[in-house]
Design a protein around this ligand. Structure first.
Ligand code: KIV
Length: 288
């Protein structure tokens, strides 16, 4: 896509239904981000989330988006201890979740050795430079990276090193727009920016931020493309009201004893495989 001058569209997803929506909307790359820790599990940072938790959500995303390119974000301490342990963990991710690739934060020499080992084993790796949230404690907070000459030079050098190590792309997070553009131009692999301005080869956002589900988080780089928090709140308040008043369920939502009455549900059902009444593909069936 970079060679063709096409911009890459990426978003995070953590569950079956949103993954299906992302696939149907034509998103190029779905990232099961370790932002899962914050936006799904409610932790203050990405540090507590485990590899097993990431894999649990990646399997759901895979089921929702079977034809999409899905990347799992290797969480804190799943790849830092040694390149061998990183290989074992990344291998487990591909074997047990069915995703196509992993993402790994960092670009120092040790990170590059790990990338090389994974890539040699046939595991595609997406790099991640700039603000790397797993190092938030070392970086002193969620701050733009590369504003001074020394850190800008380090970012340029690490981006080149990750490309040489075999990364198929690099996420650039919270990097000044001009620097992100310069790095993007200097590489043959694509960059995917978040808070890195318009000159990267693609863009990624955390899905719930982009959809306005998390309005307490308001960084400068974020644009809200929907207002789901407000919609969800209004819908839930309407439900609370109607149940309390005895307005829901009405006769149109209730079953009679007549077995030939009609279907339990219209449409496809909730999951990929069949289930009980109203759940799964099996819910399509007529009751007769
Ligand atoms: O965890 C995540 O969602 C990410 C993206 C913000 C790039 O790393």
């Amino acid at each position: 896509m970079k060679q063709r001058g096409e911009r890459i569209v990426a978003l995070t997803a953590y569950d079956f239904l949103f993954a299906r929506i992302l696939q149907e909307a034509g998103v190029d790359l779905i990232l099961v981000g370790d932002s899962l820790a914050q936006v799904v599990l409610g932790y203050a940072s990405t540090i507590p989330v485990t590899l097993d938790e990431m894999m649990h959500h990646a399997r759901a995303v895979r089921r929702g988006a079977p034809d999409s390119f899905v990347v799992l974000d290797l969480p804190f301490l799943s790849f830092q201890i040694s390149p061998e342990e990183a290989l074992r963990n990344a291998g487990r991710v591909l074997k047990e979740t069915g995703v196509e690739a992993v993402k790994m934060e960092g670009g120092d020499q040790r990170s590059c050795e790990t990338v090389q080992l994974l890539v040699q084993a046939g595991i595609p790796v997406l790099g991640h430079l700039g603000l790397t949230p797993q190092s938030v404690n070392a970086l002193g907070g969620y701050r733009v990276q590369g504003r001074d000459d020394a850190t800008a030079d380090r970012l340029r050098q690490q981006a080149r090193a990750l490309e040489a190590s075999g990364c198929f792309g690099i996420v650039l997070e919270l990097v000044p727009a001009e620097l992100a553009g310069e790095i993007s131009k200097s590489l043959t692999i694509p960059t995917i920016g978040i808070g890195a301005g318009p000159h990267t080869d693609g863009q990624v956002l955390v899905l719930y931020d982009a959809l306005g589900l998390n309005t307490r988080f308001q960084p400068k780089f974020l644009k809200r493309f929907a207002d789901l928090e407000r919609e969800a709140k209004q819908g839930i308040e309407r439900y609370v009201d109607e149940v309390r008043k005895g307005e829901y369920p009405g006769p149109e939502h209730s079953f009679s004893a007549n077995r030939s009455e009609a279907k339990v549900s219209e449409g496809e059902g909730r999951g990929v495989s069949g289930g009980e009444e109203g759940r799964g593909v099996g819910a399509n069936r007529s009751e007769t």
